[in-house]
Design a protein around this ligand. Structure first.
Ligand SMILES: [Zn+2]
Length: 465
């Protein structure tokens, strides 16, 4: 036994693990990735954390006498990797519920972009604090954010203890300064907050950023080893408009401008067409897609992210919520449930997107999507200690016949009792330990009238596919 105490011991729980596969079994797989989707559960287990890393996943008996600075008795709870929100705009929590029952053109041009022309760094800070509180309460340990005033978001992340993948968004209408600011942000913040912050270049979308600027972004990404996070092929209209006007789909624009040669995270991709799939397959998993199905339902888009085709192309698909202005929540748990249901419905196949597959998207594939596939996304020795504890004693989660199904289809974000990031407890027994929510809401309420004023007639952009 080690002389120094462990930093944290979680014991008595069931632990979700990604089971190793036997080498010889690989040949039997059809689409090439089945072996990665083996989610298993170890009962009466324990997790030992030391120096912010998982030292071991073992039995409760093994740790009974192990000295520890912190000890959590977690009987009746499941320990799983913290959820990852692979595409959001955290500060947009301040616009939650402001633009409802509208098609996307009116949502952008009539409400969101006029209101965003009022945004100050102070609003962004309050929105980010509210978002981080919601994320931690919902068992999210890492989020990929794409917004403005990102220095402010980085400061909130550093303080509240979450992990984040941050990018300063830009439009071509801002001139070269937009792109330069995005690169400067990414380089300055990379590896900060004790390594919890990673960064990306963040062009808004092919419909707001010119091909020349996208090509310049790809150059910057290659020169500095930075990933890129972008909205693309968000819906079928955008892909069809691209073909009609320029003879190219948004994914073909990404390819032509060199972005498919970078570590690329595409938000949405519900407009990905058959002809795009070989281009995406060629990236060998360096391109990933984030799916946020609630928004697609709400905007009545005819498609969803083509998860089955992307899987066959070897493209990881992570779970996301997008911003709260279009998703109404930052609930990744709900994204997991909806992804499973929408995929079954779209494919007309109840056997597709099983609960274990959904958990795989929520864990390892989401980690890969944000470039953290080697450090988070599973509970195994050597991984960063990003752990959530889920209470399954409630009536809506009992009895448990199939634990994967219980987690995906019966449990809710509010069943998360404890959230740990990098070995630090950010919420314990539903109590937030690093954020003061009442003070955030007090200040935000005072600022809302100025923030939501649209009398000035300005908007930061014009939406046109
Ligand atoms: Zn978005």
């Amino acid at each position: 036994m080690r002389a120094s105490p462990a930093d944290l011991v979680i014991t008595g729980c069931t632990v979700l693990v990604h089971e190793e596969h036997e080498e010889h079994e690989e040949h039997e797989e059809h689409e090439g990735h089945d072996q990665d989707e083996r989610i298993g559960f170890r009962t009466d287990a324990a997790i030992v954390v030391r120096d912010r890393v998982i030292e071991s996943v073992t039995t409760a008996a093994e740790v009974r006498d192990l000295p520890a600075v912190e000890r959590i008795e977690a009987h009746g709870q499941v320990a799983m990797p913290g959820l990852i929100n692979c595409h959001t705009h955290a500060p947009m929590t301040v616009l939650r519920g402001l633009a409802e029952d509208l098609p996307i053109e009116e949502w952008f041009n009539g409400v969101v972009w006029p209101v965003e022309s009022n945004l100050t760094a102070a609003d962004v800070e309050l929105g980010a604090r509210l978002a981080c509180a919601e994320l931690i309460r919902g068992g999210v340990t890492c989020f990929a954010d794409h917004y403005f005033h990102m220095d402010t978001v980085a400061a909130v992340v550093a303080e509240c203890g979450l992990r984040a993948h941050l990018g300063e968004a830009y439009f071509s209408s801002q001139g070269p300064e937009g792109r330069e600011r995005s690169a400067e942000f990414a380089l300055r913040h990379r590896g900060t907050a004790d390594g919890r912050i990673t960064t990306a270049l963040a062009p808004h979308a092919p419909y707001t950023v010119t091909d020349a600027d996208l090509a310049a972004t790809a150059e910057l990404a290659r020169a500095h080893g930075l990933p890129v996070h972008i909205h693309a092929a968000e819906n079928r209209d955008q892909s069809e408009a691209g073909l009609a006007r320029h003879g190219r789909t948004p994914v073909e624009v990404l390819e032509r401008t060199g972005l498919l040669d970078t570590d690329l995270l595409i938000a949405h991709g519900t407009g990905i067409l058959e002809r795009d799939l070989p281009l995406l397959a060629r990236t060998g998993g360096r391109t990933a897609v984030a799916t946020a199905p609630r928004g697609y339902l709400r905007f009545a888009w005819p498609d969803t992210t083509p998860v089955r085709a992307l899987r066959a192309a070897g493209v990881p698909v992570g779970l996301a919520t997008d911003g709260a202005a279009s998703n109404n929540s930052l609930d990744v748990w709900e994204s997991m449930t909806l992804t499973a249901l929408v995929q079954k419905s779209t494919e007309g196949d109840p056997r597709w997107l099983t609960s274990r597959q959904a958990l795989h998207h929520a864990t390892l594939q989401s980690a890969r999507a944000v470039g953290l596939g080697d450090s988070v996304g599973s509970l195994a020795p050597g991984r960063r200690a990003d752990i959530v504890l889920v209470d399954l004693t409630g009536p809506h989660t009992q009895p448990v016949h199939d634990l994967a199904a219980t987690l995906v289809h019966s449990a809710r974000a509010s069943d998360v009792r404890t959230t740990v990031v990098d070995g630090r407890i950010l919420m314990r027994d539903r109590v937030l330990l690093t954020l003061d929510l009442p003070s955030v809401m007090g200040e935000l309420t005072r600022r809302l009238p100025a923030l939501t004023d649209r009398g000035h007639g300005r908007r930061i952009q014009q939406y046109d596919t």
